[in-house]
Design a protein around this ligand. Structure first.
Ligand SMILES: Nc1nc2c(c(=O)[nH]1)N[C@H]1C(S)=C(S)[C@@H](COP(=O)(O)O)O[C@H]1N2
Ligand SMILES: [Mo]
Length: 338
């Protein structure tokens, strides 16, 4: 049967089989058209996007200069200082980054997320930082974004499904926010929560996942300078489909750890529940570090498809960030703690 072809499932579904079949019977008629639409979008962007992308890039570069002086007081994380953490791989075109998305709150079809999310207004917006902290605080998004100067960081993003992109985010290390609230000595983990609002996020009207989407990090992972709060992309405010107005980016872990549209950050003493682990604990662990040696139960993680490239490339341990992050896991069995 066409829709069960290995290639189709591998490239388009992170969901486990149970949910997949469930959902398929729920929207039986729609899934084939969805697959075709997604593929069409991808091919179109591969051929038509390079000109637009390079003009975006130029624009991104010129806004580095403007944003240092504060710009127009725009609420976005305009790209600013280039970062020492950037990789030099060629950047994925803006069109692909914004039209090939996983954001189940809007759609399970990567090619449809941008359209479904286009009316999403990420304002007003607050982020509550709470739990085991000395100074809990509800931040207005405009204040949060100004906590630390925006840096442009070009990071690899490796989805657990086996594709990857190179994305120029703007924002700053999550540690700057955590410093503000002063974690208590018994805080050991950080839990993150996405907005729950089925009116504005129509995908939440279906139980494809347990809502709201939640994620978590160990506190030392969260304090690692590579763990980033991003509010911009290519020097512009984050578009809804990429997690407006603010999202986490943890480049050494599979993409689903990089939770979008965050409204709550909670410091806790025990390892928190995480959405994909709740959904399929045998497939998605709490750590979810990119690891080419530990396969997903249903596919290999040894290689990946870089969006915009043909063929596959080797997946790197910790997504290529091993020099920076491997010490966080010294002495741990990364097969048991997948
Ligand atoms: N709230 C929320 N965050 C999410 C997701 C989601 O469905 N909901 N998908 C994750 C997955 S699987 C990936 S690969 C990345 C994709 O980010 P991008 O669309 O900006 O490339 O977002 C992650 N964050
Ligand atoms: Mo993903």
């Amino acid at each position: 049967m066409l829709i069960k072809k290995d290639e189709d499932i591998k490239g388009s579904e992170i969901t486990d089989k149970k949910t997949y079949l469930n959902r398929r019977s729920f929207i039986r008629g729609a899934i084939l058209t969805g697959t075709v639409a997604a593929t069409g979008t991808l091919y179109r962007t591969l051929t038509a996007s390079s000109r637009e992308a390079s003009s975006r890039r130029k624009k991104a570069r010129s806004s580095e200069v403007e944003s240092v002086t504060g710009g127009q007081g725009a609420p976005s994380g305009q790209a600013a200082t280039p970062s020492e953490y950037s990789v030099t791989d060629p950047q994925t075109p803006y069109e692909d980054i914004t039209h090939y998305n996983n954001f189940y709150e809007f759609s399970t079809d990567k090619g449809a997320v941008a359209d479904k999310a286009s009316g999403f207004v990420a304002k007003p917006w607050t982020v509550s930082v709470e739990g085991l902290v000395a100074k809990p605080r509800v931040f207005d998004i405009d204040d949060l974004i100004k906590l630390s100067p925006a840096e442009e960081r070009i990071y690899r993003l490796r989805c657990v499904e086996g594709w990857s992109m190179i994305i120029p985010w703007s924002g700053f290390s999550l540690s700057h926010l955590l410093d503000q609230v002063q974690p208590l000595s018994n805080a050991a983990f950080v839990q993150f929560e996405t907005l729950y609002d089925p009116q504005r996020m129509p995908g939440q009207r279906r139980s494809v996942l347990e809502w709201p989407y939640v994620e978590g990090l160990r506190l030392d992972e969260a304090l690692h300078p590579l763990a980033m709060l991003a509010s911009g992309l290519y020097g512009e405010a984050l578009p809804p489909q990429d997690g407006a107005p603010i999202r986490l980016v943890v480049p050494w872990k599979y993409g689903f750890k990089s939770i979008k549209s965050i409204v709550k950050i909670r410091l806790v003493d025990k390892q928190p529940a995480t959405t994909w682990n709740i959904d399929a604990p045998n497939e998605y662990g709490f750590y979810s570090n990119v690891n080419p040696e530990v396969d997903h139960p249903r596919w290999s993680q040894a290689t990946e498809r870089r969006i915009g490239e043909f063929g596959r490339r080797k997946t790197l341990m910790f997504n290529g960030y091993g020099d920076q992050v491997a010490s966080l896991y010294s002495g741990m069995d990364l097969r048991a703690n997948f």
